[in-house]
Design a protein around this ligand. Sequence first.
Ligand SMILES: Cc1cc2nc3c(=O)[nH]c(=O)nc-3n(C[C@H](O)[C@H](O)[C@H](O)COP(=O)(O)O)c2cc1C
Length: 155
Amino acid sequence: MTPLRILFISIEGNTRSFVNDLADYAEDEHDANADNPLIELKEISDQTDFKDEEKPYFTFVPTYLDGGNGIDNGVKELMTNILGEYIDYHNNSKLCLGVVGSGNRNFNQQYCLTAKRYAKRFKCPFLDNYELRGSNADVKRIYQVMKQRAADTIK
Ligand SMILES: Cc1cc2nc3c(=O)[nH]c(=O)nc-3n(C[C@H](O)[C@H](O)[C@H](O)COP(=O)(O)O)c2cc1C
């Protein structure tokens, strides 16, 4: 099966840790059954050169917001903007299969709000979420969600 691709950004390392766990888990699953897809990672940062994506991908984005009313009003995205610009570049957003968000539940209604905002902005589904570095259960569940979404959309 074609590898599942992930574009992600990580400021403090939690998202990087989670997607690396996902890639390790995918490798184990793939070893057990070659029908299970591997995972390929691409980290976006301020140093990334913009390019036209050629294959479908999933977006993983943590939440860094300032201000607002706790809902989708007046919040200002901090730190992760470059990922949004990358997806917005030329036709890249058309290849986004969905967004997985992370954050900290202490932020209440703003939990994972950047991923929800990206899903709306780029017209793709908000697929799932996890807190901070996630758990083993999050890894297993999100791998299945990605696998299913890819099977449903990539023919
Ligand atoms: C300044 C700051 C603002 C944050 N704002 C939010 C927020 O609005 N909602 C949320 O769910 N998490 C928020 N978080 C938590 C981060 O999204 C969380 O720690 C995430 O795991 C960081 O991912 P990273 O280590 O890959 O950068 C914030 C963290 C910081 C430091």
